[in-house]
Design a binder for this molecule. Structure first.
Ligand SMILES: [Zn+2]
Length: 217
């Protein structure tokens, strides 16, 4: 479909990325993209704010931008995408942080999603700590986790952790699921990088390419 390929090229140009995937390559697939945190209690008070790092860079804002960009790329490749937070609805409402995190992954189970991708940014008391991490739990998630690791490796963030891990979302998810930490907002250099719109596009492109590696038919 030439129009779809052209549309993909336009989106790729807009996102300053090159993507080597055919438009409609993921048609019929559903993905739940979960930009982490951003939850308030029913009275509007912060319940799950996420890390705030060097220079005031907010994890929840960085990962919302990456998640929206990733959703755009996936939709352009023909996939259905459900965002747990979006520009239109940046804050979730919940009374319990762990239950809210489980509900995000439970949504992917209920939709029989092809995969669930949680996007976070890391924080440490040591300002020198840097690097991206990828976590998963079940064996059905290993191929996606490896693909994400391989694609993120090309961005020069360094690696912090890569291993199976019990987390609210990885425990809950039955579909292939990964939680990605895209670098440390507590590291001044990585905070600056993560706050930049072009780099957020590159992160989204890397996650998109990893998903295509793992699931493109
Ligand atoms: Zn987080």
């Amino acid at each position: 479909m030439r129009w779809a390929v052209t549309l993909l090229a336009v989106v790729a140009m807009h996102l300053s990325v090159r993507v080597a995937v055919q438009a409609a390559a993921l048609s019929g697939d559903t993905f739940v993209v979960d930009p982490g945190h951003g939850t308030r209690d029913p009275h509007g008070a912060p319940l799950n704010v996420g890390a705030v790092g060097a220079g005031g860079v907010q994890e929840q804002a960085v990962v919302l931008a990456v998640g929206e960009d990733l959703a755009t790329l996936l939709r352009t490749a023909g996939a259905r995408v459900v965002l747990t937070r979006s520009y239109a609805h940046p804050f979730r409402t919940a009374t319990d942080r762990a239950k809210d995190n489980r509900a995000r992954a439970a949504l992917a189970n209920a939709l029989h999603a092809t995969a669930f991708i949680a996007v976070h940014a890391d924080s440490s008391v040591d300002p020198a700590t840097r690097g991206a991490s990828v976590f998963w739990l079940r064996d059905n998630s290993i191929a996606l986790a490896r693909a994400v690791r391989r694609r993120l490796d090309q961005l020069g963030l360094g690696e912090s952790q890569f291993h199976a891990r019990h987390l609210a979302v990885t425990d809950e998810a039955r579909v292939p699921a990964v939680l990605v930490e895209v670098g440390f907002v507590s590291n001044a250099e990585q905070a600056r990088t993560l706050a930049s719109t072009p780099f957020q596009h590159r992160l989204a492109s890397a996650l998109f390419a990893a998903i295509a590696d793992a699931f493109e038919r």
